[in-house]
Design a protein around this ligand. Sequence first.
Ligand code: F6R
Length: 460
Amino acid sequence: MVMDGLGNMNPPKNGDRPYFIKEINEQPNALAYTLAQFMGQNFQLKMNRPPLDDQTLKSIQKTYITACGTSYHAAMTARYLIEEFAQIPTVVEPASECGRHHSLVDETTLAVAVSQSGRSPDTLAALDLARRRGAHTLAVVNEADSPLTEAAMGTLLTLAGKVHSKASTKAFTSQSLVLALLGLRLAQSRNLLRKEWRQEIESFSRVPEMIREALMKKDLEPKVIEVAKFLNPYFQTFILARGHLLPMALEGALKLKEVAKIHAEGYPAGEFGHGPLAMAGPDTPIIMFSFSDEEEANSLSLAFELKARNAPLILITEDGPKKDQALASMADTCLPLPQVPSRLRPMVAVIPLQLLAFHLGQARGLDVDHPGGTLQPEIRGLGSEDTAKSQIGPQIKSQPAPQILAPGAPGSPVSVQAGSQSGPLDSGPDQAGNGGQAGGQGKAGARSGKKGNGGAPDHP
Ligand code: F6R
């Protein structure tokens, strides 16, 4: 494991490492910066500007979260925590589906749109629809200077830094963390979690460290490389998970499809026996998450079925003794993660799948930075820029000025101005020598049009 003086792992040497792996390894820093802007003294959470002020939050009866692609998977993680922490019914919907049916979004709704670029037309249209229905609107976004930030009543920034790789990694885990904190903020506004508060906040503040530990784990990457070599000749795989880990299975499958061009499907493990099991066999390896004893017990009979069909089984699990070793003994290989508190598992469990997408993509000789599976913002979803403009533009202009929440306490490592083109963290010319503008082929260039990466400065 190579480290640079700033704590980034595997920094690119002379620009020879793809941005995709560079950004995977930047996750601990991205999350640390993101977290720092919301953590106050004495475990206070700095998230109390509109629409997250106490008065507005008291009127909130439901949460509606919407996004596209990887950001949608981050949105899915939020549902569990908001319902569990704050007991607020939460609907998560792909932005492209928004407005296609009768929806219960109204003035008692907190509508949250999640986006790395802040420019996906469907996400913009979904937020706008929610606003027109009277909802309180919030953007969780990496680009401070973006149409989504302009359109929403308030913004929670992810400070993941510049994003060059088309396939999202560090923005994803940063979004998941911000949404977890949002769940805590909503709980706080309802006077819930009073006893558990300190423990929960402490736990989430350890996410960057936990992800760093996973990335540095000696035996993880070599095993992932073995699995990548093993998967190379196959055409398809399933990733099975339960509960909080399900969004990670869906996200891992998206990364494998996008970056490594293998057909991969994320599936609820408990649903697999209701039809899809017919696909399991020697030509379809199955990747399965299994962490707790309870998960092991639930997955055991399915594992027997898979082995009876000679399907190769790859387990993503954590170190340490389990009461029942039966599942591990049935697996062809185990990808080991460090032990982490159960709440943090999803954000850590996605790491081996991101690494797998990278190594399988490399093994297949693919350009992992430009996999070509993500539409440009102008032509994504709504069909054309004109359609997007006609549906979104006028409403955006009529919005009040954005309020950026907790833009970085004095003295904290983070200090980003809303809408600034180059914050103090902006490193100027990027790795590709683009003079601070995102490269035309890079994700930031593709997603942000001509503007470069406005509000998503690089980390030092
Ligand atoms: C996949 C990926 C895409 C984006 C999606 C939404 O790796 O990056 O699925 O997540 O296109 O983009 P944003 O988050 O910019 O709205």
